[in-house]
Design a protein. Structure first.
Length: 256
């Protein structure tokens, strides 16, 4: 998959196929899918069966995310083996992910194949990525050095978040919740396809107020007042194995 851009990306994606993973017969791929075998793209930067990958790879599917009850990306990552999510304070403060003990600047973080790591420090702050679990199709985590393929920022490994693509008739999802300290969050997702054209559009927002104790004392919220995100994934499959896509993931944060 070839992409250009940072928060916005134009991608030419080669879709997994029987020939792409080295199977001479498409029926072999069908039998593998029936046995529940998984094809990954992050480990070799090309579709390959997970059993043929030399590195330690974990895949978190959309069904597993839905069953976990996780609401946001950070909640999903906490379920992954070998992944440590560390937040320095309340929601909205510095949040980093450590893979196999490596620092955030040594763990490559991708969204749809586009690098999130800072070009200067090499690290990243995930508190600014307001990506709801409903917008995630799967997460591929490759543990161990991957610098041969991805450079020096992949010493600890690679985490690739693959957002949802539209599939089938138009459908929508809406979620929301309320909590203490005037906390509120909600979002919506609309997806589907029309012939060879597919689309997926998502929106999420959360907000919170200052903290209050039982004695009535009030403490200033040092995280964020509100943050909202937009996610757009549009694509056109001009061949059975190739898709031209445009993706946008952006987050706006109103700090306290």
């Amino acid at each position: 998959m070839a992409c250009t851009g940072s928060g916005k990306a134009l991608c030419l994606q080669k879709l997994p196929s029987a020939q792409a993973v080295g199977d001479p017969d498409p029926q072999v791929q069908q039998r593998r899918q029936a046995r529940g075998e998984t094809v990954v793209v992050t480990a070799d930067r090309d579709p390959v069966n997970i059993r043929d990958v030399g590195s330690s790879v974990s895949v978190i599917t959309a069904d597993e995310i839905a069953a976990s009850g996780a609401r946001w990306l950070l909640d999903v990552l906490q379920f992954a083996p070998g992944v440590n999510v560390v937040r320095s304070g309340p929601p909205g403060t510095l949040t980093e992910v450590f893979l196999r003990g490596a620092s955030s600047s040594q763990t490559l973080f991708l969204i749809d194949g586009v690098k999130v790591n800072s070009p200067t420090s090499g690290g990243y702050d995930l508190s600014g990525i307001q990506l709801s679990a409903d917008q995630i199709d799967r997460i591929e985590i490759v543990r161990g050095p991957q610098s041969t393929l991805y450079g020096s920022q992949a010493i600890g490994g690679v985490i690739n978040i693959i957002t949802r693509q539209g599939d089938g008739p138009i459908s929508g999802e809406v979620f929301g919740s309320l909590g203490s300290y005037d906390f509120a969050e909600g979002g919506a997702l609309l997806s589907g396809d029309a012939g060879r054209f597919d689309y997926s559009v998502g929106y999420a927002r959360s907000s919170m107020n200052d903290y209050k104790t039982a004695s009535g004392d009030r403490y200033r919220n040092t995280g964020f007042d509100a943050k909202q995100s937009y996610s757009v994934n549009l694509g056109y499959s001009f061949l059975d194995t190739h898709r031209l896509g445009v993706m946008l993931n952006t987050t706006e944060i109103d700090k306290t």
